[in-house]
Design a protein around this ligand. Structure first.
Ligand code: F6P
Length: 345
């Protein structure tokens, strides 16, 4: 009897997911499996809602953003009941194996389920690029392109009006999008969650630029950065939480812009890029690494390497234990940060 492989996408979406889904499906079909995709992440597996993934359904999707399957932030580990329902569905559907495509939340769930004996493998995606043991995650490159283009566009209007433009980008615990897009866009200062920069230090950078005759500035701030002002840390988030109990972020850009305008007497404007970084067409890079990681995940499942994740290292893709990918996040390292800082001002 033909064995069945399932695939799901969990957590926040990102460009390049369809390339992963297509690769998992095509590669598994090549190995002789039947393939289904669960709808809306773990929720679809729990509720046995899925679609067949054959050569027709995965055709013509590599260039399309989002996820054909839908996604959700479902916390399977919430209690023993949800864990049991997930295992029951897996057994009742007669799944041979599952490929879970996700970021920290989804991969942590995957690791725990694999520890309990579920036959699954993982593939890393998140625009935040904060998954350990993989050099890059699917979606990051597109987010950086979106943010860099925005910075380029904001530069001309900043210069025309002699303003400070504050650009708020995503990045909950890791400032990779801020650091890469800020470096690529020639930002005058970048604030990331990993390394604090006080509002006073930022003001000095802007004042020095003015003293050198530059009458506009671009500041990039990651949504998860702390606002350090008058010796105090302020963590700015919305008064709402997601399914994992994490606060919804956003708002630091506006707070920073207000302070800079009041303290420097220079007009400031804020642009919050938000979910534009997660939407739209994936770059060629995200399509290629999505295809490579999805194919590798299907190969891991085919060879029964359960509990592993496909990881991008150097220029090759390999299987690594899911245990090594979760628990700690891959944050911006000091050497890269020092290099980035040296271009401020
Ligand atoms: O984890 C990826 C991410 O885009 C974060 O950068 C951001 O904080 C979060 O998701 C936003 O999640 P949601 O789409 O659920 O608001």
């Amino acid at each position: 009897m033909t064995k069945l492989i399932g695939v799901l996408t969990g957590g926040g979406d990102c460009p390049g997911l369809n390339a992963v889904i297509r690769a998992v499906a095509k590669r598994s079909l090549f190995h002789g499996y039947k393939v289904v995709g669960f709808l809306d992440g773990w929720q679809g597996l729990i509720e046995k809602r899925y679609m067949d993934l054959d050569h027709t359904t995965v055709s013509g999707i590599v260039h399309i953003g989002g996820t054909l399957l839908g996604t959700s932030r479902t916390n399977v580990l919430k209690n023993e009941e949800t864990i049991k329902r997930t295992f029951d569905s897996f057994a009742e559907l007669g799944l041979h194996g599952l490929v879970a495509v996700g970021g920290e939340g989804t991969l942590t769930v995957s690791h725990k389920l694999a520890e309990r004996g579920m036959r699954l493998v993982g593939a890393p995606k998140t625009i935040d690029n904060d998954i350990n043991v993989t050099d890059f995650t699917v979606g990051f490159n597109t987010a950086v392109e979106v943010a860099t283009e925005a910075i380029d566009r904001l530069r001309t209007t900043a210069e025309s009006h002699r303003r400070v433009m504050v650009v708020e980008v995503m990045g909950r615990h890791a400032g990779w999008i801020a650091a890469y897009s800020g470096l690529a866009g020639g930002a005058d200062a970048i604030l990331v969650p990993e390394y604090d920069m006080s509002v006073e230090e930022l003001q000095d950078i802007i004042k020095q630029r003015h003293a050198r005759g530059k009458q506009y500035s671009i500041v990039v701030v990651a949504e998860g950065a702390k606002l350090v002002y008058e010796g105090k840390d302020h963590f700015i988030a919305k008064d709402r939480k997601d399914a994992f109990g994490r606060p919804q972020l956003g708002g630091i850009g506006q707070a920073l812009s207000n302070l800079l305008e009041d303290n420097l007497g220079i007009e400031c404007r804020v642009t919050v890029l938000g979910h534009t970084q997660r939407g739209g067409t994936p770059t060629a890079w995200d399509r290629v690494i999505g295809t490579r990681l999805g194919s590798a995940a299907a190969d891991l499942a085919h060879s029964g390497k359960w509990g592993q994740m496909a990881a991008f290292k150097g220029n090759h893709v390999e299987g690594v234990p899911l245990a090594s990918a979760v628990g700690n996040l891959k944050t911006v390292d000091r050497a890269f940060w020092e290099l980035t800082r040296s271009f401020f001002g």
